[in-house]
Design a protein around this ligand. Structure first.
Ligand code: SF4
Ligand code: SF4
Length: 389
């Protein structure tokens, strides 16, 4: 699939009908940042519960001391590295700002290399560093946040993005399939936490590798730029009704990291495998969302609130409703990942066959079968704890 159409528009311009009212996102309006400055978004004990001293156990399974201890441990590395400089700078690396943990690399650029050669080696290295899928795209500044938010000072300022960084390497990191089957619970929050810690380790290590080759590299998670459009451009998946990247290898059960660089690389091409058509017939995430934050019907241009982009036609999750549910539960929810028919263990041949059939007229039968076999059902948290290895 070409990254550019005949009229010179990009794949994303055409696919999402991006118009002139589109503007780059202000990081301040991200729902997690709004929880800091906007009185209408009350985080209550949500963030505090990530410090084990403040967790509040619940009677329901998956929310006891073991579960919170496990979840918070899974987040430890991400929180620790991310907040190393917070008290001095107000930066939360990986969430408001790129990582600063790389050390100075080689003063000399690697010799006699080509963009093709670099691309092959970077993909090989990124997989070794923990990524399940890797793709490249040219950096489209529209996905870079317009402004950067400082959580300590409460100030926003223009996001200064180095002009030299012309490419993004996008890393898809799988989350644990069995843990994600227990969403929502404090226990399942460990699937998210581990996804982030592997993402940060992969991205920082890859950035260090590139600086060791004599080029510039910035490791990034949710900070600085929107990951999903870049992942789509890099050929790693399609966009789903649940507002997530759906990948052909892990479905939506992934986290995304990226490394921005000036290393010459070959961009990948967007790749479709039938997700949009499947989502048109499947509303399982919309039905499964306990607070009806996921839309039914066709994609729309108008977002439900200012925590999402406008001027782009897509399914948009209502971040206010979604976050309120997380706050009530004191843990993150990903029911919309668990129930998605694309959420499968693709090491099994029959699921690999299933994803091929999902892009055929058989998709309706497949959807019916998936329902009958109870694939989207929640596994009890004790099922995960008690499994024998
Ligand atoms: S995370 Fe949970 S609350 Fe949020 S959109 Fe998905 S299903 Fe709904
Ligand atoms: S649950 Fe169904 S509608 Fe929702 S993202 Fe997955 S395939 Fe699309």
């Amino acid at each position: 699939m070409s990254a550019e159409s005949k009229n010179g528009k990009s794949y994303l311009d055409e696919r999402f009908e991006i118009d002139d009212s589109f503007s780059r996102f202000d990081q301040k309006n991200d729902i997690f940042n709004r929880a800091i400055w906007d009185d209408t978004v009350d985080p209550k004990h949500f963030f505090k519960s990530y410090d084990i001293a403040n967790y509040k156990p619940k009677k329901s399974k998956g929310f006891d001391h073991w579960d919170y201890a496990f979840r918070n441990a899974s987040w430890h590395l991400t929180d620790y590295v991310g907040e190393l400089h917070f008290q001095k700078t107000g930066k939360v690396e990986g969430f408001t700002d790129t990582y600063t943990s790389t050390t100075p690399g080689s003063p000399n650029k690697i010799k006699d290399s080509s963009a093709e050669y670099n691309t092959q080696r970077i993909k090989q290295a990124a997989k070794m560093f923990g990524a399940g899928m890797v793709g490249m795209c040219k950096l489209d500044k529209r996905w870079v946040y317009r402004t950067n938010y400082n959580r300590l000072s409460g100030e926003s300022q223009a996001l200064e993005f180095p002009e030299s960084m012309t490419m993004a390497i996008v890393l898809v990191v799988p989350m644990d399939y069995k843990l994600s089957k227990t969403f929502p619970s404090a226990l399942s929050g460990a699937s998210t936490g581990l996804g982030y810690s592997t993402s940060l380790s992969s991205a920082i290590t890859l950035a260090q590798f590139i600086t060791n080759l004599g080029y510039e590299a910035l490791a990034s998670l949710n900070d600085t730029a929107l990951s999903i459009p870049m992942a789509i451009e890099a050929g790693l998946g399609e966009y789903g009704r649940n507002g997530l990247l759906i990948t052909p290898k892990y479905g939506p059960n992934v986290r995304i990291a990226k490394v921005f660089t000036d290393l010459p690389l070959i961009a990948d091409r967007p790749r479709e495998f039938g997700v949009q058509k499947f989502c048109n017939q499947c509303n399982r995430c919309a039905k499964g969302c306990p607070v009806k934050a996921i839309p039914y019907g066709p994609p729309q241009k108008e977002p439900p609130n200012f925590s999402s982009l406008s001027g782009i036609k897509k399914w948009t999750v209502n971040a206010e409703k979604c976050f309120k549910f997380w706050v009530g539960m004191n843990s993150d929810c990903a029911i919309c990942i668990r129930v998605c028919p694309y959420n499968k263990d693709y090491s099994k041949w029959y699921h690999r066959l299933g994803i091929k059939l999902s892009n055929s007229p058989l998709r309706k039968v497949l959807l019916w079968l998936d329902d009958k076999l109870g694939f989207g059902k929640r596994h009890p948290p004790q099922y995960w704890w008690n499994q024998t290895n």
